[in-house]
Write a protein of this length. Structure first.
Length: 544
């Protein structure tokens, strides 16, 4: 439900003709150009746009956190009448946290991995000379409790890596709210989270905003999130504002074609198409698969056993797309890694077109591995930044005995196939996120696989780029007679591309069936929880 409109007078933040210059050689002159908008007291303003729209750069200018070489060259950013662009670094430090708080997109990189959570929250008070050591710890514990961290007495002593993604984001929220700021800037705080955790974080931000009467500037690329939290919406593209208005008007009656395109790109889960493979010939058979991860105990930590997969069984027929859906920790990625044999299951049976794929080792495994390939979640991390993309695609065939010239020619063909013809000599950093994912797809196709495992292949992409990648995968599947195992935490995405859906929880399959049946008549309470947690779903259902 859209947040309640506010009638509080006067903005807490006013951007007036803000212009931010990019370094020489960038793809355009300005990251932000002539941008003006207000954040009213007690409201949630959603700033929406794709990667490169300038939405986060404007927030960084407000916080005095612009990257090196990027600078404001015009306009003002007025916070309670004070121009933030004119502040010194010392003045910005005094303001940050105290009157303006910020939640960053990736808490694992924003948190210090060598400091306990409680110490990092306490450091916020210490930096501003607030409270004594005992009071800081008491406040840290109170904040962890307020943001809904389970077992806060234990979490306060934990390191960031010992917490889940959702818990780390709650820690970031606790730090941002520690000194009760008047303005909270939330920069894509739910992008990489599964739907239930995302729903919890959105509800938490709404509740805290109402309880503390804060102003919130919420940066996102997802109009489903906008439908959940926004009072007003500012849509940005290529550094400029293209639409600005109250949330209901923008969502129901968007004026600009770009806004309409973003809204239309949101995957709809209301009525998935009835889909099915054209054959019943089994390609992949998984029976009773189990995988346990064990860690040795140490002086300060006990030994642990994590049952990642518990008696997992399913089959996939040729030409079929199966979606593996679940929250973080459900075992879905471990299942994918076991199928491509990046992990070896502890027990069970795994066969590919009748070949025992589970017990292959050494040279025998290398000979068969070309039949199943993987598209990874983060294409930038999975590509060597020093290797040109043509060679990155050709390396697999070369390692399997294909002549270098032939492999590079095939790489050119594959880049053409995924819409990146003529780019083989470029490096990964020269591409956008969506383009890098296309390169990842081309590399997965290089060995002519029968089955592709796509592990969260679109989760970090803008919704419009997501739609393009999903369309590309569907086209390639038909053209190359591929089968697809599509791992995702986003049921809306699964509805677009999957014939059948498997829902996992705590390493087990709790429900599976045709996509349409799972969405319209889920049998399990857990599946219903996942569906109900999708941002904006109630609006989609109401409009259906």
């Amino acid at each position: 439900m859209t947040a309640t409109d506010t009638t509080s007078p006067g903005p807490v933040l006013s951007l007036r003709n803000l212009t931010i210059a990019l370094p020489a050689g960038a793809d355009r002159d300005h990251a932000v150009e002539d941008v003006s908008y207000d954040v009213a007291r007690g409201e949630i303003l959603c700033v929406v746009g794709e990667s490169g729209s300038g939405k986060s750069m404007a927030a960084n200018a407000i916080m005095g956190l612009l990257p090196k070489g990027v600078r404001p060259v015009g306009g003002r950013a007025l916070f309670d009448g004070q121009d933030l662009l004119s502040l010194t670094e010392k003045q910005h430090r005094q303001l940050r946290g105290l009157r303006i708080g910020m939640i960053f997109q990736e808490p694992m990189t924003a948190l210090n991995p060598l400091m306990r959570v409680g110490a990092q929250i306490a450091e916020v008070f210490e930096a501003h000379g607030r409270l004594n050591a005992r009071e800081r710890q008491e406040q840290a514990l109170a904040l962890l409790t307020e943001v809904g961290i389970p077992q806060p007495e234990k979490a306060i002593r934990a390191y960031p890596f010992q917490l889940s993604g959702g818990q780390r984001q709650r820690v970031m929220i606790a730090m941002a709210l520690a000194l009760e700021p008047e303005l909270l800037i939330a920069d894509e705080p739910t992008t990489a989270l599964d739907v239930t955790t995302q729903a919890q974080i959105l509800e938490l931000i709404r509740d805290l905003q109402a309880r503390r009467d804060m102003s919130v500037m919420f940066i996102t690329h997802d109009f489903g999130v906008v439908a959940e939290v926004a009072n007003r919406v500012c849509v940005m593209r290529h550094g400029r504002i293209v639409e600005l208005g109250d949330a209901e008007t923008v969502l129901k009656h968007p004026r600009h074609a770009y806004t309409r395109a973003l809204i239309e790109a949101i995957p709809s889960d209301v009525i998935p198409e009835a889909r099915g493979a054209e054959t019943d010939t089994a390609l992949l058979e998984v029976t009773g698969l189990n995988k346990v991860f064990r860690s040795r105990g140490g002086l300060f930590k006990p030994a642990r056993e994590v049952h990642a997969l518990r008696d997992v069984s399913f089959s996939l027929v040729k030409g079929e797309t199966i979606g593996i859906v679940g929250e973080s920790g459900s075992g879905k990625s471990t299942l994918g890694r076991c199928i491509v044999r990046l992990e070896r299951p502890d027990s069970g049976h795994l066969s590919l077109s009748g070949t025992d794929f589970m017990h292959l080792t050494g040279e025998a495994l290398r000979r068969e591995r070309h039949r199943v390939q993987m598209i990874f979640q983060d294409p930038y991390a999975s590509l060597n930044p020093r290797t040109r993309v043509g060679m990155a695609i050709a390396q697999g065939p070369i390692a399997n005995g294909v002549a270098r010239g032939k492999a590079l020619a095939r790489a050119d063909e594959l880049l053409e196939l995924v819409g990146l013809g003529g780019t083989a000599d470029r490096f990964p950093h020269e591409f956008s996120g969506g383009q890098r994912q296309r390169i990842g797809i081309a590399r997965a196709l290089a060995l002519n696989p029968e089955l592709i495992v796509a592990d969260e292949a679109v989760s970090a992409l803008d919704v419009s780029i997501q739609a393009q990648i999903l369309e590309l995968l569907e086209e390639l599947k038909q053209k190359l007679s591929l089968s697809l195992l599509f791992i995702t935490h986003d049921l809306r995405v699964a509805a677009q591309i999957c014939d059948r859906i498997i829902v996992m929880q705590h390493g087990r399959i709790v429900e599976q069936g045709p996509a349409r049946d799972v969405f319209l008549a889920p049998r399990e309470a857990y599946t219903r929880e996942l569906l109900d947690a999708i941002p904006g779903r109630e609006h989609e259902l109401a409009d259906a």
